[in-house]
Design a protein around this ligand. Structure first.
Ligand code: ITT
Length: 206
C-alpha cells in the first residue's frame, strides 16, 4: 500500500527541496507526498518555540491531528556565530515580518558589515519532525557549517543561500547544483536521518 505523508510547510523553497530529497530515498516503498493545499485547510498557530525542535514538533503535530495523516515538518534557519546564533529560529522573520527573504538577507549583511572575514562563521540548521496520527514522533537534526560572505552570489536555492559559502567550498549554496546542495545540506542530512522512520511507516501500512 502507498504511504501518504503530508509536508507541513508553506515555504516554497523548502517544499521543492523536501520533495526532491524524499524522492531519492532508496527502497522506501511507494510514498505519496502531499502538500498543505491537498488537505482541508486548518488553522496554523504562530511559531512561538524557542528552539527548532519545539517549532518542528508543533508544526508536525498540528498537521497530523488536523489531517489524520503522518505529517513531516521542517524548522530551519541560519545560526550566525557573530550574532550568538541568531537569526536562528527567527530566520524567516528577521526583518520583523514573515517570509521576506530579500529583506532578511539585506539586514543580515548590514549587521555583519564590520565583522572581519575570520569571524563570519555560521551554520544552517534543520530539525525535521515526523508525527503520526497515533502520536508516534521522530525528530532528526542536520547542520551545515560555512560562512557568510559580503555580497550575493548565485540564484539557486532560497533564503540566505546567496550569501552562504559552505565549509570547503568556494561557491555559495545558491551556486551549487540542486543535487550538490542536497548531498551536503542541513535539510538533506536531517531527512536522510529520518529514513528509518519513513521506512517503518511503509512497512506498517503493507
Ligand atoms: P514553514 O514554517 O511553513 O515551514 P518558514 O519559512 O516559516 O516556513 P522556518 O520558520 O523554518 O520556515 O524558517 C526557515 C527560514 O530559514 C527560511 O525562511 C530561510 O530564510 C532560512 N533557511 C532555512 N533553510 C534554508 C536554506 O536551505 N537555504 C537558505 N535559507 C534557509
Amino acid at each position: 500500500m502507498t504511504v501518504r505523508v503530508l509536508l507541513a510547510t508553506r515555504n516554497p523553497g523548502k517544499i521543492v527541496e523536501l520533495r526532491r530529497i524524499l524522492a531519492e530515498a532508496p527502497g522506501a516503498g511507494p510514498m505519496e507526498v502531499l502538500g498543505l493545499d491537498d488537505v482541508p485547510a486548518f488553522d496554523q498557530a504562530p511559531e512561538t518555540g524557542a528552539t527548532f525542535t519545539e517549532n518542528a514538533l508543533a508544526k508536525a503535530r498540528e498537521a497530523a491531528v488536523a489531517s489524520g495523516l503522518p505529517a513531516l515538518a521542517d524548522d530551519s534557519g541560519l545560526s550566525v556565530d557573530a550574532l550568538n546564533g541568531m537569526p536562528g529560529v527567527l530566520s524567516a522573520r528577521w526583518v520583523g515580518r514573515h517570509g521576506d527573504d530579500e529583506a532578511n538577507l539585506e539586514l543580515l549583511l548590514g549587521q555583519l558589515a564590520d565583522v572581519p572575514d575570520e569571524r563570519r562563521g555560521a551554520a544552517f540548521v534543520c530539525v525535521a519532525a515526523l508525527v503520526t496520527p497515533d502520536g508516534g514522533e521522530t525528530v532528526t537534526r542536520g547542520e551545515w557549517r560555512g560562512s557568510v560572505i559580503r555580497e550575493r552570489r548565485g540564484d539557486g536555492g532560497f533564503g540566505y543561500d546567496p550569501v552562504f559559502v559552505p565549509a570547503g567550498e568556494r561557491r555559495t549554496s545558491a551556486q551549487l547544483l540542486a543535487a550538490e546542495k542536497d548531498a551536503l545540506s542541513h535539510r538533506g542530512r536531517a531527512l536522510r536521518a529520518l529514513r528509518p522512520a519513513l521506512h517503518a511507516l511503509s512497512s506498517l501500512s503493507r
